[in-house]
Design a protein around this ligand. Structure first.
Ligand SMILES: Nc1ncnc2c1ncn2[C@@H]1O[C@H](COP(=O)(O)OP(=O)(O)OP(=O)(O)O)[C@@H](O)[C@H]1O
Length: 476
């Protein structure tokens, strides 16, 4: 397509003149520079290249493995990768490829995603990939593990069966997935839209997550949850990704534990968000689909099929509140955020101060964690926090009340008794020094209280002595 034709198509779908390449490149760099932990990149670097360079050494059996070799022969490694990537449609690194990559990213600005700048290429799957087991299924398609025959790299292929899938929906999902890829906590989508040569499916290619989704990780804990420290790690990653999307005025709209992928075996140090099939711009009008899930905000659960909704960031915040609870407790707070569902009704009653009793399931949480729930799982969507507020709270605050050991009360009693004994002995020997020294005169109630305390402490000391004697007699 000629540059003029490209501009025309952009104008047609955008209703305004397209950005010049240099402007969009600048915009894209600015966006990337906002990414947490991403140093500003220079203009010749492809945003996708940097993370992939470091990550891919483990994934390419043939690639130079050691960091030393990677650093010292970077150009050489790149040259090798370029070859591999071009074949499996991973953005490559030459200047020419860089330009292609930027142009493709511009295609995000094609409003309805119904026209694509690049053709959808037909591929004979069996020729290029060895397609293996199914990794997951969703409402719109399925994901399969595959191996790229030439490079031997394991990848995930997301298939969209035809004719059920509209081309516009496929193109939109690919565009969002590819555009968001540079973020370190978003799944990498490799460049290229394809359809199988037998016309049965559209597909695109993503990095393969070798471990599990957050759903599987939590289920493996047998309803114990993954703990405070791991939850914090997961949320640092997820919130960084969602903050990035929200800054770009995009709403994920399908946040759930299944769409959060855990890459490492045990320490939750590499976590990425996936599935941008429902992602839309803020304020887009969409039709409500018939299905409700645990993560749906109250306003969605009250909506009827085909009712029109305006896309809002706050629906992601609600889903994050649910995922937070799920990580910590290993189960969901309720099935559906509707007053017909008792656990939700109880929460809402407490939230609206109609019932002073906090639902029991929230008891283990600290005041700050409760605030996070109040600011995410509130039906008043305008009151919900931003992703940034959530990130700050989760990074700084303790999320669980400190747990008492079952025998802790006993030791506290003994400790209090000993202290109070010591105090009363000191005040007796000082002959009421406190009052003579101008200390506060004791009221009648105060006197009674201290007599009672003394009695309690004497009793406790006696009990402690008896129990010690019992223990030592038993040991003898
Ligand atoms: N790159 C990947 N590597 C490994 N497993 C993956 C990958 N991407 C997705 N999966 C698995 O496949 C499942 C379905 O993927 P995905 O959510 O993208 O499909 P979907 O059809 O869009 O689903 P949904 O019904 O949520 O819209 C995920 O829950 C996850 O377990």
């Amino acid at each position: 397509m000629t540059p003029e034709r490209t501009r025309e198509v952009f104008q047609m779908f955008n209703g305004k003149p397209t950005r010049r390449k240099s402007e969009s490149g600048h915009h894209h760099r600015m966006v990337l520079n906002q990414l947490q932990n991403h140093p500003p990149r220079n203009s010749t670097q492809s945003p996708q290249r940097q993370p992939r360079l470091s990550e891919s050494s483990a994934e390419f059996p043939n690639a130079p493995g050691s960091a030393l070799r990677r650093n010292s022969t970077e150009t050489h490694v790149f040259a090798n990768r370029t070859h591999i990537h071009r074949d499996i449609n991973v953005p490559a690194c030459s200047n020419e490829d860089e330009r292609v990559s930027t142009t493709r990213r511009n295609s995000l600005f094609v409003k309805r995603g119904s026209v694509t700048m690049e053709p959808i290429k037909k591929v004979d799957l069996e020729e290029v990939y060895t397609v293996n087991k199914q990794l997951g299924t969703g409402r719109f398609g399925f994901i399969k593990l595959a191996e790229h025959k030439q490079s031997k790299q394991r990848i995930a292929i997301k298939f969209f069966p035809r004719p059920q899938t509209k081309q516009a929906d496929f193109v939109r999902e690919y565009n969002y997935s590819f555009f968001l890829s540079p973020h370190q906590n978003i799944i990498d989508t490799y460049e290229g839209m394809f359809q199988s040569s037998d016309d049965t499916a559209f597909f695109f290619v993503q990095e393969f997550c070798p471990r599990a989704s957050l759903r599987e990780a939590v289920e493996a804990t047998n309803q114990a949850g993954i703990g405070e420290a791991n939850t914090k790690k997961v949320f640092a990653a997820v919130l960084s990704a969602i903050e990035f999307m929200h800054d770009e005025n995009l709403v994920h709209r399908n946040l759930k534990a299944e769409n959060i992928l855990i890459f490492d075996a045990n320490d939750y140090s590499k976590v990425k968000v996936t599935d941008f099939g429902l992602t839309r711009k803020v304020d887009t009008t969409v039709k409500y689909l018939e299905y409700v899930n645990n993560y749906h905000a109250a306003e969605l659960c009250d909506t009827v099929v085909n009712e029109k909704l305006v896309v809002n960031k706050s629906t992601d915040i609600w889903a994050l509140g649910i995922i937070f609870f799920y990580c910590m407790k290993g189960k969901f707070p309720w099935q559906k955020a509707s007053i017909m569902c008792k656990p939700y009704w109880e929460w809402e009653q407490w939230l609206k101060r109609k019932n002073p009793a906090l639902p029991k399931k929230f008891n283990p949480f600290s005041e700050k964690a409760l605030k996070l729930f109040k600011k995410s799982l509130t039906p008043r969507f305008k009151d919900r926090w931003s992703a940034k507020d959530m990130r700050k709270c989760l990074a700084k605050e303790k999320l669980l009340k400190s747990v008492k050991r079952p025998d802790e009360d006993y030791y506290v009693m003994i400790d209090t008794a000993t202290k109070s004994n010591r105090q009363s002995a000191a005040s007796t020997s000082a002959g009421g020094e406190n009052q003579e020294a101008g200390g506060p005169p004791q009221t009648e109630q105060g006197k009674r209280k201290s007599t009672l305390q003394q009695w309690i402490s004497t009793t406790l000391t006696a009990m402690a002595e008896i129990s010690e004697q019992v223990v030592s007699a038993r040991d003898d």
